[in-house]
Design a protein around this ligand. Structure first.
Ligand SMILES: C[S@@+](CC[C@H](N)C(=O)[O-])C[C@H]1O[C@@H](n2cnc3c(N)ncnc32)[C@H](O)[C@@H]1O
Length: 253
């Protein structure tokens, strides 16, 4: 496990990232992870991604979006909203349901509840990125407690609508197991964002090699800022038959 100030200082990490949930836990093999995520995390151009996916997969009847390290559901909800807002709805349906996996039971239960803790930045992002965000979330008086949350700002719990909940399945799983059983048909969008950056480089490189063997030509692999900042993942991807498409998005050659 790589130790740096980001791994060990949730407060600092939260301040920099404006994350909404800042829970740290140790996995069975001793790795320590943050579960931070938030809506429209700005290390991806979400509108560009939705439009790219639309054109890139125009000949596919079905596209398989898989999210590893899905955390509290922010990333899945962001993906769904981006696709729905940038597509005629009937054309977007081929991307759903998203299959979202995280190894942390508590964060998976939180995601499954349909409630999400938001800070002001989440709610601004929602307004900026959707025509009418009340379609997707409603205010609630319920409080979502996730043990170990680091609360920096006033959290507001929102309730996801069925438009969102029906388009994603959250499941507790280790991404290595899901990857081992993955059968790609050049129709996969594998999002594995802001988790590999917690690994040592040799583990990142091995993971990239497995992904490269599993994904077929044309499928996409998407990472995050934490991964590129803390590892040589960009180099490993290019060395293993991935082409850089735009920021944090790679295509299998
Ligand atoms: C910082 S969050 C990333 C959230 C989101 N992908 C994003 O970019 O905003 C990292 C998540 O990785 C999860 N995680 C760590 N190891 C995992 C594994 N082997 N399989 C699945 N999820 C894992 C943690 O539980 C945590 O929720």
């Amino acid at each position: 496990m790589k130790i740096n100030k980001f791994n060990y200082s949730p407060i600092l990490y939260n301040k920099i990232s404006f994350g909404t949930t800042g829970r740290y836990y140790k996995s069975e093999n001793g790795d320590e992870f943050g579960t931070n995520s938030w809506l429209f995390r700005d290390d991806i151009e979400w509108k560009t991604l939705a439009r790219y996916e639309k054109n890139h997969f125009c000949n596919k009847n079905r596209v398989n979006i898989i999210q590893f390290a899905s955390s509290d559901g922010s990333e899945a909800y962001t993906t769904i909203i981006s696709l729905l807002e940038n597509f005629p709805q009937k054309n977007a349906e081929k991307f759903f349901p998203i299959k979202a996996y995280d190894i942390d039971e508590e964060i998976v239960n939180a995601a499954r509840s349909g409630y999400i803790n938001t800070c002001l930045l989440d709610r601004i992002n929602l307004q900026v990125n959707s025509y009418d965000y009340s379609k997707y979330f409603t205010d609630t008086k319920e409080i979502l407690n996730i043990k170990g949350d680091v609360k920096l700002q006033n959290q507001k719990t929102l309730k996801a609508s069925n438009i969102l909940k029906n388009r994603v399945h959250f499941e507790r799983a280790d991404m290595y197991n899901i990857l081992a059983n993955l059968n790609d048909n050049s129709d996969t969008v594998l999002m594995c964002r802001n988790v590999l950056g917690y690994f040592e480089n040799d583990r990142v490189e091995k993971f990239v090699k497995i992904v490269s063997n599993k994904l077929k030509q044309g499928s996409l692999f998407i990472i995050g800022e934490h991964d590129t900042t803390n590892s040589f993942i960009d180099r490993y991807l290019k060395e293993n038959k991935f082409m850089y498409v735009f920021k944090h998005v790679y295509q299998k050659l």
